[in-house]
Design a binder for this molecule. Structure first.
Ligand SMILES: NC(=O)c1ccc[n+]([C@@H]2O[C@H](COP(=O)([O-])OP(=O)(O)OC[C@H]3O[C@@H](n4cnc5c(N)ncnc54)[C@H](O)[C@@H]3O)[C@@H](O)[C@H]2O)c1
Ligand SMILES: O=C(O)C[C@H](O)C(=O)O
Length: 308
């Protein structure tokens, strides 16, 4: 049986760290591709030279040639510009939209059976572009949003209670933007509703911190944005496909009537397995939650409208 093949487009902070997590998890052979000469080649060679130390049998190559990516099973798109302090993710739309479109055209040419996971911001619109450009069925194109955002929310809760990160479950609905919707009502700590363990005002402050979680790190780093948690998050999504895990994860998925929405990507809970987005799960939302979700999705629609 052949090893799985994973292509990561963009060998920058997120892409190279994706390769790191993929190798460490031994998810398959890895191709790191970038437009920058030397960067993917150097990072891939360095990562492969860690294999004898770490014991992962992944062949990792860096390239500038899409022919090397042919017949990939999963392709992760991280190509594009990251924001700087004072910018919103939406400010990246004009420069990144064309990159996502051109990258997707190459993916379709060389890996027509691949699953495409999109990271590039603004991610819901980027995923919409990748979906429309690819012509793939919607289960095969989805984006990184809620896995990262809920990981941040879960982190804040675990630290507040000094409990294992593993015992905090939650998810975030809506676009991957400042109006995302962390779902307190569906957040549990070891099966206990979080509202029984943390006062409402503290929870609200954690919700706000999660909403601004990306900017918090951008403001520390100054020259770019987060990449350890984002890359771990998207590679968890990739792992669910590659191992047919059927995990329920919050991802930016194509809505076809769910939550009363069509022809848009937004963060929703979905079963992720060997067929990608196997089912979008519709939750019973109260009026406040539905209003917040609609507001967040409208922000995504406003960005899609800018594509012309
Ligand atoms: N969805 C999320 O939750 C999430 C999380 C983190 C980062 N991001 C986004 O991911 C993107 C990458 O972030 P980063 O920190 O890795 O940035 P980075 O600048 O470190 O890396 C981006 C890489 O893309 C490459 N690139 C540019 N155009 C390309 C093209 N046409 N083909 C191939 N490669 C190309 C650049 O050469 C660079 O190496 C940004 O848009 C960022 O906002 C999204
Ligand atoms: O915040 C960013 O610009 C990157 C990413 O969307 C994040 O949430 O870390």
């Amino acid at each position: 049986m052949k090893r799985k093949k994973i292509t990561i487009v963009g060998a920058g902070n997120v892409g190279a760290t994706c390769a790191h997590w993929a190798a460490a998890k031994e998810l398959g052979d890895i191709v790191l591709i970038d437009v920058a000469e030397g960067i993917p080649q150097g990072k891939a060679l360095d990562l492969m030279q860690a294999a004898p130390v770490e014991g992962y049998d992944s062949i990792i190559i860096g390239t500038n040639d899409y022919e090397d990516t042919a017949e990939s099973d999963v392709v992760v798109i991280t190509a594009g510009m990251a924001r700087k302090p004072g910018m919103s993710r939406d400010d990246l739309l004009n420069i990144n939209a064309g990159i996502v479109r051109s990258v997707t055209e190459q993916i379709v040419k060389y890996s027509p059976n691949a699953y495409i996971l999109v990271v590039t911001n603004p991610v819901d619109v980027s995923t919409y572009i990748a979906y429309k450009t690819s012509g793939f069925t919607p289960n095969r194109v989805f984006g990184l949003s809620g896995v990262l955002d809920s990981a941040r929310f879960r982190t804040f809760i675990a630290r507040e209670l000094n409990v294992s990160f593993e015992d905090v479950t939650s998810f975030v609905l809506g676009g991957h933007g400042d109006d995302m919707v962390p779902m307190v009502r569906y957040t549990y700590v070891g099966g206990i509703p979080v509202e029984k363990l943390i006062p409402r005002d503290r929870l609200e402050s954690m919700v706000e911190r999660a909403r601004k979680g990306g900017a918090e790190i951008v403001n520390y780093l100054k020259t770019g944005s987060a990449y350890y948690a984002p890359s771990a998050s998207v590679m968890q999504m990739a792992e669910c496909i590659l191992k047919d895990k059927k995990r329920i994860l919050p991802v930016s998925a194509y809505l076809q009537g769910e939550y009363g929405e069509t022809d848009v990507f937004a963060g929703v809970p979905a079963i992720i397995g060997g067929n990608g987005v196997e089912k979008v799960i519709e939750l019973d939302l109260n009026d406040e939650e539905m209003t917040a979700l609609k507001k967040s999705i409208n922000s995504v629609r406003n960005n899609i409208a800018k594509l012309g």
